[in-house]
Design a protein around this ligand. Structure first.
Ligand SMILES: C[S@@+](CC[C@H](N)C(=O)[O-])C[C@H]1O[C@@H](n2cnc3c(N)ncnc32)[C@H](O)[C@@H]1O
Length: 255
């Protein structure tokens, strides 16, 4: 089973919207305000069950085009976004998209760090943007998460990414129950753990599960990001850690 099929299991299981997803989206897209998305023609690359396409549509986007490689995810995204007439969801690979000079905004959240050829994927997303259109990418950061590549990666790479996905979902309880207990008691100490402490148990469980299923998961340093984004047809690139102190939000504009 490929990583995207494994994510398909995740999005099929966790297909409902939750109010915390709005806060998550605003964290990942910080410092952009809700009003930024109004009247924009937007692309969501690797949309999963559509939770990130949902908010710009709620806030008055002109149209949102979303796509994902996995059929179950696409079906769930269609359900999530069914109330919006100005939403379209496609089954497509990020390596095969051929939109050119079309979108005002193109975002991809939590996807690029799972890809074998992230540069190619980024080039395709940039191509899809109009001149001066906004590229918005969120990926895992090495900084602030050093313990994950050290302790979790060997388990993920060698064991859990190879086990049947239903079994990994069950095994995730052995991490999610202690993690949930810890964050509910200590409400921190990091910004990210503080944010987790506001989530329901199922949400924390789904995050642990999400960490354990893919075969590729890169935790990039700021230097890695500078290298990855060099040579793309974009200008005024900013690489910032979002308010919860986890990951990199990269914003740039098509030349
Ligand atoms: C961690 S999930 C993030 C989903 C969504 N962006 C979100 O934040 O809810 C990664 C997503 O990338 C998708 N994906 C992986 N490879 C892809 C590819 N080549 N083309 C399009 N989507 C892909 C997976 O199917 C999965 O839904």
């Amino acid at each position: 089973m490929s990583s995207s099929e494994r994510f398909g299991y995740e999005w099929d299981t966790y297909s409902f919207m939750d109010e915390n997803y709005e806060k998550q989206f605003l964290n990942w897209t910080s410092p952009l305000p809700k009003s930024f998305f109004k009247d924009k023609f937007i692309l969501d690359a690797g949309c999963g069950m559509g939770r990130n396409s949902y908010w710009p549509l709620k806030w008055g986007a002109k149209e949102v085009v979303s796509f994902d490689l996995d059929e179950r995810s696409v079906n769930r995204a269609k359900e999530t976004l069914r109330e919006f007439k100005n939403s379209e969801v496609f089954l497509k690979s990020i390596y095969e998209i051929d939109w050119k000079d079309k979108f005002d905004v193109a975002f991809s959240i939590g996807v690029i760090h799972h890809l074998k050829d992230p540069k190619k994927a980024l080039q395709n997303i940039v191509n899809a943007l109009k001149k001066d259109g906004t590229l918005l990418i969120w990926v895992y950061s090495f900084e602030g998460n050093e313990w994950i590549p050290r302790y979790i990666d060997p388990i993920r790479k060698n064991i859990t990414s190879k086990l049947p996905v239903g079994l990994v979902h069950f095994l995730s309880y052995f991490c999610s129950v202690p993690l949930w207990t810890f964050v509910k008691i200590f409400r921190g100490p990091t910004g990210y753990l503080k944010q987790l402490s506001t989530f329901d148990f199922w949400h924390i469980h789904s995050i642990v599960f999400d960490q354990l299923i893919p075969d590729v998961a890169n935790y990039w340093s700021k230097k890695d990001i500078e290298k990855l984004f060099s040579g793309l047809n974009i200008k005024d690139v900013s690489i910032k850690m979002p308010p919860n102190g986890s990951g990199w939000t990269i914003i740039g504009y098509k030349k």
